[in-house]
Design a protein around this ligand. Structure first.
Ligand code: THU
Length: 160
């Protein structure tokens, strides 16, 4: 028996003000689109902004449904839209912001497991990393240099 150790390293910004200018702008777009979230059940609002290599920014917000599992997270709304509208473009980076109605979310909110798996598919398809920046409503911003860094031992098409 041997051990396999996998390490993930994140860059931590103390606030969105510290972000590089282009990322600050992308995060601002995530904050804006968060306001379009349809979350009457969880009251938890998420916005995602994906920058593509053609210069376009594709936005998404979480869309809930009375049949709960039929809803979709902000990140997947954004990356599926990117795949549908710009199928040949690569996703360079995604900014994510989350806010609740009854409290201030001040810790970085990472993408859920299903969204990680969905973004991993594009990372694998385009063969370049997708950077992920995520935050709450305020406070620190975590930066993952790739999706793989957030989802070690990812299941991908090469196993099929
Ligand atoms: N949500 C997202 O939009 N992204 C995530 O990565 C985590 C969760 C949404 C789904 C649901 O509408 C609400 O947040 C509460 O789970």
């Amino acid at each position: 028996m041997e051990k396999l150790t996998i390490t993930s390293t994140f860059n931590v910004y103390q606030s969105a003000d510290e972000l590089p200018e282009d990322v600050k702008d992308l995060m601002q777009q995530a904050v804006e689109v968060r306001k379009t979230s349809y979350a009457p059940y969880s009251h938890f609002h998420v916005g995602a902004a994906a920058l593509l290599d053609n210069g376009r920014v594709v936005l998404g917000s979480n869309q809930e449904n009375a049949a709960y599992p039929s809803g979709l997270c902000a990140e997947r709304v954004a990356v599926f839209q990117a795949g549908a509208v710009y199928p040949d473009a690569k996703i360079i980076k995604i900014a994510i912001s989350a806010a609740a109605e009854d409290k201030v979310v001040d810790s970085p909110i990472p993408p859920c497991g299903s969204c990680r798996q969905a973004i991993a598919e594009y990372e694998s398809k385009q063969e370049t990393p997708v950077e992920i920046y995520f935050m709450g409503e305020t406070g620190k911003v975590y930066h993952s240099p790739s999706l793989q860094n957030l989802l070690p031992l990812v299941f991908e098409s090469k196993y099929l």
